[in-house]
Every structure is written in structure tokens, then in C-alpha cells.
Design a protein around this ligand. Structure first.
Ligand code: HPA
Length: 277
């Protein structure tokens, strides 16, 4: 029996498979303001999202739209320079299509990054947060609908979404580089409005440390497929209501731009170590 979601994924894969220069080990998703990371690498190939039939293309300023293939410290990687968000109006199956496609390309590890608002009062703008778990139940699950048996089971376990070994690597790399890194729970809300102060309070009461509009749904899809997952949030701001200042997309972008140099080091050195697991 055919399934339109799986058929679309296969069609996307078939239409690009001849352009993939190597089998990537790591799939890296670059969040807001972090997309420039790809420019510093020795790029071995690119595929524009708009050239892939039916592929979702980001409408958000600051998000580019292409896969980049490069070796990061020798480790073959595919990077998503730009992602799509649920609030852009795409169905959840399209939002996670790129992550699924990178698994079909051969990636074993999914490294998720984003800009996020801190909801934990111990956090400050400019902090990094290693994601230890997530709350994704405020957005529809990408697994709703007939199960894609080719990808994974109907009822996947979610006890260990963020891989302990990968977290050890990122934690120890941050320590070696002298980068302070928090460790916490990421909450995905739909956006696109930033949260009200009481929504921020809700996230905190639920055990969240950072809030954003991406990532967790991709982790649900990747966990379903048995990928090893890790994630870093760049805390670009404290969430609404925690300070008197209003929040803007520009502030988020500027803050993540400032974090980019340290972020690049942390990601590159962590991926180097991921090459040997
Ligand atoms: N809320 C939601 N998403 C975000 C934020 C925020 O405060 N900052 C960056 N992305």
C-alpha cells in the first residue's frame, strides 16, 4: 500500500541521489543566525531546496535554503542551511521531511541547533544549552497518520531521545574549549508569536529551560527512525516577561550572530569526536 508521505520522501530522495557527493555520517541542522557556519567549510556539494520537487522552502528572513555537503574535521556531514517551521503553514510531515531525507542519505547522527529563549532564571542571553530532553506535545506529532513502517515502529520509545554518548562529547568539548554550557529541557511551541509571560511561566512550571519554535518535532521524527540525536540551543534572549524589554526577531538574530564564533568551534570540535563513535 502506498503512503503519500513516504512516496514524497522517496521521490525527493530519488531526484537528488545522484548529486550526493558522499554518504554523510552526521546531519547538522543550522538554526537562526547560525547558517553562516557552512560558509567556512570546504564545501563539496550543495543542493538548493527549491530545486527539489515538492520540498518545503523557508520563508523566514535569515534562513537560507540548501543542503551543504562538507567534511567537518574529516567527518562527512550534510548540513541544512535553513529549516522550515510549523508556523510557516507547512504540514508537520513536510517540516520533518528534510530530517528524514538526511537519514535516507545515510546519516546516523542528527545534530540539531536553534536559537531559543531562556525560561530558566539561571540562564542569560549568550548561553549555550545542551538539550537533555524536550517537551514536544504542544505541536502535532510528525508521526500522526499511517505509520511509515519503512522508517520505524508505530509506538517508538522516547526514554532517551538525546543520546548520552553525544551529550558527553559536547559537554567535554565545551569544557576543553572553556565554553560554559547549560544543560536543560527544550520546549517547542508553535509560534510565530513569541510567548506571553504566562506561557513562559507555564514552560518553567513544566520543567522547561528554553523555549523555541523548532527542533523537538525533528527529534521526534529522527528518534522514530533510530537516529542518534543531540542538540544545542543558543539562548539568544530571556523569554518574554522575564525582562522589561520587548523581544524582536532582529534581537534574536543579532544575539545568535554574536554567539556564532564560539558556536562554530563547539560544533566543529564535537563533530570531530563524533567521527569515531
Ligand atoms: N521564544 C521562542 N522562540 C525563540 C525565542 C523565544 O524567546 N528566542 C529565539 N527563538
Amino acid at each position: 500500500m502506498t503512503n503519500p508521505v513516504y512516496d514524497k520522501l522517496r521521490n525527493c530522495y530519488d531526484s537528488i541521489k545522484d548529486e550526493i557527493p558522499f554518504e554523510p555520517k552526521v546531519a547538522l541542522v543550522l538554526g537562526s543566525g547560525l547558517g553562516d557556519y557552512a560558509e567556512q567549510l570546504e564545501i563539496q556539494g550543495t543542493i538548493d531546496y527549491r530545486d527539489i520537487e515538492g520540498f518545503p522552502v523557508s520563508t523566514v528572513p535569515g534562513h537560507k535554503g540548501r543542503f551543504v555537503f562538507a567534511r567537518i574535521n574529516g567527518v562527512p556531514a550534510v548540513l541544512m542551511q535553513g529549516r522550515v517551521h510549523y508556523y510557516e503553514g507547512y504540514p508537520m510531515s513536510d517540516v520533518v521531511l528534510p530530517a528524514r531525507l538526511m537519514k535516507l542519505m545515510g546519516a546516523k547522527i542528527l545534530f540539531l541547533t536553534n536559537a531559543a529563549g531562556g525560561v530558566n532564571y539561571d540562564y542569560g542571553a549568550g548561553d549555550f544549552m545542551l538539550i537533555k530532553d524536550q517537551i514536544s506535545c504542544f505541536v502535532p506529532s510528525p508521526l500522526i497518520g499511517p505509520n511509515l513502517e519503512e522508517l520505524g515502529p508505530r509506538f517508538p520509545d522516547m526514554s532517551h531521545i538525546y543520546d548520552e554518548d553525544l551529550r558527553d562529547i559536547i559537554r567535554s568539548t565545551a569544557l576543553e574549549l572553556g565554553i560554559r554550557i547549560q544543560e536543560g529541557v527544550y520546549v517547542q511551541l508553535t509560534g510565530p508569536a513569541y510567548e506571553s509571560p504566562y506561557e513562559v511561566k507555564m514552560c518553567r512550571i513544566l520543567g522547561g529551560d528554553a523555549v523555541g519554535m523548532s527542533t523537538a518535532c525533528e527529534a521526534v521524527a529522527a528518534n522514530h527512525m533510530g537516529m542518534k540525536i543531540c542538540g544545542i540551543s543558543c539562548i539568544s534572549n530571556l523569554a518574554c516577561g522575564m525582562t522589561d524589554a520587548p523581544l524582536s526577531h532582529q534581537e534574536v538574530q543579532e544575539a545568535s550572530d554574536k554567539m556564532a564564533p564560539l558556536f562554530k568551534k563547539l560544533v566543529s570540535e564535537s563533530i570531530k569526536k563524533m567521527g569515531s563513535i
